[in-house]
Design a protein around this ligand. Sequence first.
Ligand SMILES: [Zn+2]
Ligand SMILES: [Zn+2]
Length: 364
Amino acid sequence: MRTSRCLVVTEPERMEMREYPIPSIGPREMLLKVEMVSICGSDPKKYQGTAMWAVEWGGMPFPFILGHEMVGFLDDVGAEAGRLHNVKSGDRVVVEPYIACGRCRYCGSGNYQLCVSRHTYGFSKSCATPPHLWGGNAEYLFIADGSKVHKIAPGVPAEAACLLSVIGNGVRWIKTRGELSFGETVAILGPGAQGLATVIAARQAGAERIIVLGLRRDTIRLDLAREFGATHTAIVEDTSQVEAVRDATDGEMADVVVECTGAAASIALAPELLRPLGRCVLVGSMGGGKTAAMATDRWTLRELTIRGGLGQAWNCEDAARIINSRRFAVEKMITHRLPLEQGEEGIRFFMAGHPECIRVALRP
Ligand SMILES: [Zn+2]
Ligand SMILES: [Zn+2]
């Protein structure tokens, strides 16, 4: 019987390596040999056992395997799955985080990121019972019916490929939620991986001006933002957000603002950066009952739209095209790599928030 090494979260803030049997694959299922997995900004809360969804469910399903941003090679492909996804054993693919039930009203309307089953890789199911392999922090991943996979060209660095869903988020916030048109101006608050993915999506969508606001400690991230196509960057300790956007737009302000910091002051300010008919997408605002006071007059006076932005759905198709095109050096967002066995060290390092660290990736 074949087994898979897995990095298992056994209880809050505790991981250990375990081996689980590799399950046999049904006609609609597949098996991935993981090449690389990135630690997501949402992983620390799952590791700590305080992820918002899990709190809603009444607790995390310990023990579980973290990791939902993975690239690898298909090791086994069920006959129906092969036809459905147009893949075969040996193909290099990224697996999307969401597993759609395919039957609920959200799946039915193409919004499977809101599927009522709330089933995602990397934390929604315990690894204690078969098929065990529900997370990317492992040698092998079980790919359930309802998953989506995207082929990755051989020359693409694994570091770029594993960030496909992150780029998908940027595409969602710019294209689907922000409704950006060619030639418009985008302001992005917070240059973490999600903010940088938003820069890439804005560039791809033909934004004329891309303004990225960060802190003094974000120097490396702001440099990368410029490399990805940001036309203006500013440090908010030196200049106010409103002033920075006003200066960059000759007083016209932005068409789309994407708020990625999740800081209450930044959320409150985000609509102030918009011109009339502007769209504000709030993506960093999760974090347990946050409130932000906003001056609402302008929403009406300028006919603003304020929207939430969650995860990518069909936007991963665009993200796969962006990654396979090699137009952007997406891999530069992975600043640190570790073997799977040191994954707990990796997540702790990531959580410490070192300015030189954007994303940490693990190699099984
Ligand atoms: Zn993620
Ligand atoms: Zn569903």
